[in-house]
Design a protein around this ligand. Structure first.
Ligand code: MG
Length: 168
């Protein structure tokens, strides 16, 4: 008999001109550097896609959320590679006897277009999560030029995961 658990993660980061023009860090999504004149203002590296997926896994496990595990007031997390957070969630998943069987995420970003970067993002996520790339799907949308996301002032991500494990 198998146990199925679903988790949802969400993240948003404010975008500003990349330093030295502004306070933005280089734009990273799914661990991939995306050429952009605007980037996230954040304590860690500000990778909203990795943060949303991490929270989706933690949610499915019933674990504390990413902000509780990796507080943004902890100097150890300053500028930190968000892949560390995702690896931690993947380790917790394995330790719980669960296996990731599906990951679907939507990145809402006015510009630049996400499409050219999707294959690299998918490949890196598969490596970090130790899964086959075909269970990963990344979708890109714009904010239709309205609201903070549509005006290029924020990036938003939703992610959902399904985990399967064996019950005793
Ligand atoms: Mg975040």
């Amino acid at each position: 008999m198998s146990l199925i658990r679903v988790g949802h993660g969400y993240d948003l980061h404010r975008l500003e001109p990349v330093a030295p023009a502004g306070a933005g860090r280089p734009l990273r999504l799914g661990g991939i550097l995306i050429p952009s004149d605007r980037g996230p203002v954040s304590h860690s590296d500000g990778d909203a896609l990795l943060h949303a997926i991490t929270d989706a896994l933690l949610g499915a496990l019933g674990a504390p959320d990413i902000g509780e595990l990796f507080p943004d007031v902890d100097p150890a997390n300053a500028g930190r590679d968000s892949a560390d957070f995702l690896r931690d969630a993947a380790r917790r998943t394995r330790e719980a006897g669960m296996r990731l069987t599906s990951l679907d995420a939507t990145v809402i970003l006015q510009r630049p277009k996400l499409a050219p970067h999707k294959p690299a993002i998918r490949a890196l996520l598969a490596e970090l999560l130790e899964v086959e790339p075909d269970i990963i799907n990344i979708k890109g949308k714009t904010g239709e030029q309205i609201g903070p996301v549509g005006e290029g002032r924020a990036v938003e991500v939703h992610a959902i995961v399904a985990l399967v494990g064996d019950t005793e």
